[in-house]
Design a protein. Structure first.
Ligand SMILES: Nc1ncnc2c1ncn2[C@@H]1O[C@H](COP(=O)(O)OP(=O)(O)O)[C@@H](O)[C@H]1O
Ligand SMILES: [Mg+2]
Length: 347
């Protein structure tokens, strides 16, 4: 392959926009990625960039570059990087002066990176906020004790209980964060093995009966019959069922009921956790599986929640190739459901 042909196929195939301008800012060359990015036809050679991309951030960047450099083209003129917003897309633009006053532009779509960056920033802000609240209480109450509050036994006991409650919440939050990060970073890959999901659900639900009793909530379990084995990760699925049942108990007032059912659904097994609790307003349903999203932050905190339980559930179920969803009506109750695939030789 000749060098020219090699260069041509590189510029044709690369996922970076390339455009070359002559000293009068007329287009000498544009590669297919650039043309596609701006829905342009290929016959733009010889036309001015100002006319082709009128009003765009690229034109503004090129103009200001030319203005600051006077005439481009001197080999000493340094390259410059800019970030520009075009509609809803972010581009990183590199402008490189070249021989004879020409200017090469390299344009990379960084929209996805920007999104990930924004999610990360948001996440860090959320975590800091979630940790700051209990920490402020712990500090406040311990300072009061140190300042003489400790002389009174009843005050001391009450304050220590509050401190204990907030530190428990902090440790739950950190545990949940670690679980999420391990799942997301694939540090702890899912172990998939044929699993008796009915047995798992029954044993988890039995284990949470006391928590229900303490609150005056009756938990009934229907483990189905002849439920085939599914492909799953035992420890992770226990976490899923605990999180769903814990929510069902937490968000159901005393005297309410929780039903857990396991049933075969064609080529899947489906688990439903139904409650007669407070339900979820329609406008919140779409966001309920997001990290830290809660209908009522104050109530969730009061109940010791971290806002991460459903995010963990979603990650695990989707990681196992299943689906998870909720059906809910305020003041009537909620049904959280998930499915799992049958193990290969299950019938
Ligand atoms: N069974 C349920 N009934 C009513 N609301 C629920 C139920 N399960 C979850 N929610 C809502 O979804 C939110 C997120 O749940 P989750 O991620 O487990 O966080 P947490 O329970 O720590 O607040 C809860 O704060 C609550 O608003
Ligand atoms: Mg929860």
């Amino acid at each position: 392959m000749k060098e020219d042909a090699i260069l041509k196929s590189i510029t044709n195939e690369m996922q970076v926009g390339v455009i070359v301008l002559d000293k009068d800012a007329l287009i000498l060359y544009a590669n297919p990625f650039f043309l596609d990015s701006f829905s342009l036809k290929s016959d733009i050679k010889g036309r001015s960039i100002d006319e082709i991309l009128k009003g765009t951030g690229i034109v503004r960047a090129v103009k200001s570059f030319l203005a600051t450099k006077g005439s481009v083209g001197t080999a000493e003129t340094a390259a410059q990087d800019r970030e520009i917003l075009e509609g809803k897309r972010y581009f990183s633009l590199r402008m490189v002066p070249s021989e004879g006053g020409s200017l090469m532009l390299f344009l990379q779509d960084v929209t996805e990176e920007k999104k990930v960056e924004a999610i990360k920033k948001d996440f860090v802000a959320n975590v800091s906020h979630e940790l700051r609240t209990p920490l402020a209480s712990i500090k406040g109450y311990s300072e009061t004790l140190l300042d003489g509050g400790i002389d009174d036994k009843d005050t001391t006991l009450e304050f220590l209980r509050i401190i204990d409650k907030h530190s428990t919440r902090m440790s739950h939050l950190i545990e949940d964060l670690l679980i999420l990060s391990r799942i997301e970073s694939h540090q702890m890959p899912m172990v998939t093995e044929p699993l008796d999901i009915a047995e798992l659900v029954i044993s988890v639900a039995e284990g949470l009966k006391k928590q229900g009793d303490d609150k005056g909530i009756d938990i009934s379990i229907d483990g189905g019959s002849d439920i085939p084995k599914v492909l799953g990760d035992k420890v992770r699925l226990e976490q899923v069922v605990v999180n769903l049942l814990d929510n069902a108990i937490k968000y159901t007032p005393a005297g309410g009921k929780v039903f857990v059912t396991v049933a075969r659904d064609s080529a899947e097994v489906r688990v439903d956790v139904k409650d007669t609790g407070i339900g979820i307003p329609a406008m919140d349903i779409a966001r309920i599986f997001e990290r830290f999203y809660r209908v009522d932050k104050a109530r969730s905190r009061e109940l010791g929640g971290t806002g991460l339980g459903l995010a963990i559930v979603k990650h695990i179920i989707q990681g196992l190739g299943g689906r998870v969803w909720v059906d809910s009506k305020p003041a009537k109750g909620s049904v959280f459901s998930f499915t799992l695939n049958l193990a290969p030789d299950a019938t």
